[in-house]
Design a protein around this ligand. Sequence first.
Ligand code: ACO
Length: 336
Amino acid sequence: MTRGEAMTTTRARITGTGSYAPPKVLTNKDLEKMVETTDEWITTRSGIKQRRITVNEKTSEVAAKAARRALKAAGVLPREIDLVIVGTVTPDNVFPSTACFVQSILGVKSGVPAFDVSAACSGFLYAMDIADKYIKAGISKRALVVGVDIFSRIIDWKDRSTCVLFGDGAGAVVLKPSSGKKGILSSHIYSDGRLWQMLYTTESIPPNPFETKGKSNPECHPYVRMKGNETFKAAVRNMEEACLKVMKLNRLKPKDIGLLIPHQANIRIMNAIKDRLKLSDEQVFSDIEKYGNTSAASIPLALDEAVREKRIKAGDVVLFVSFGGGLTWASAAVRW
Ligand code: ACO
């Protein structure tokens, strides 16, 4: 790329962030009363102390709350939004998409495309990757991207190996085109469907009556199943590789990273990545202690917290990296 071309590159810039976590707190001590576990086990194995749980709130409502805050921060009205993408694996319904519900709740104009992306914990980075491409192509001028999940609805609350890890929440960003140096430098998404059995939900669509010989309404609920140990190793491997690739592509050295915001799945995974990338404690953001793993919400929720805590300065390079069911993983580098 010549110097002249670099000057005129259109980038998607994050102009506002917002998040929402439901008020009900479920602590490790609360979980001790529900399953055979201890606060000590959960804290040392995952870094989680508490998580938030929705009560009488739908995914779309939680998403809309985060979205409203992001719109306010960006100074953008719902009627100015021209693209809505929601990353989620816990939609209100099979259809319409959560994005269509969000469009309706917020009052985003009729005709604006709104759709969901299913990539589990990578859902937000997948959604932002698509919005980035729409903006670079000149199709979108104001995109709303939301990451939201309510795992409390798909957790098997009797399975101690998973129920202690997840929480509910949402995070959102508003993206606009920018011709300067600031914005998404590059964004990359990956998947490997051959490894789906590492992390998945049981089937949620009932079989048809031709398959059940007329027996109607068999019990069918999506429950999270995870091979924790294998997932842990795959997460460290793929997240490290995704970070190294995005750093190499953008000629970034460890010292150039202002803040790494990794998917908040496990503090030990985040520490392993920090060590492998030779980053300091200050360069890695974590709020897992407060929220647990909020799946697609984890990165935008952490980003919003980092912004509010003033952990990101103008000109800083922020690195995002995720890993989740699919398997899916993703990374992005952003100049703030
Ligand atoms: N309390 C007490 N003991 C427990 C609990 C619990 N809640 N859960 C499991 N154990 C026991 C196990 O039964 C096992 O006992 P055993 O040795 O007698 O068999 C022992 O603890 C160790 O279990 P491991 O699974 O080996 O523990 P590990 O150190 O691997 O930690 C964990 C488990 C926290 C799940 C970890 O493997 C992990 O974080 N994995 C990755 C999660 C992740 O990244 N997910 C991806 C994103 S999620 C998404 O996409 C939806």
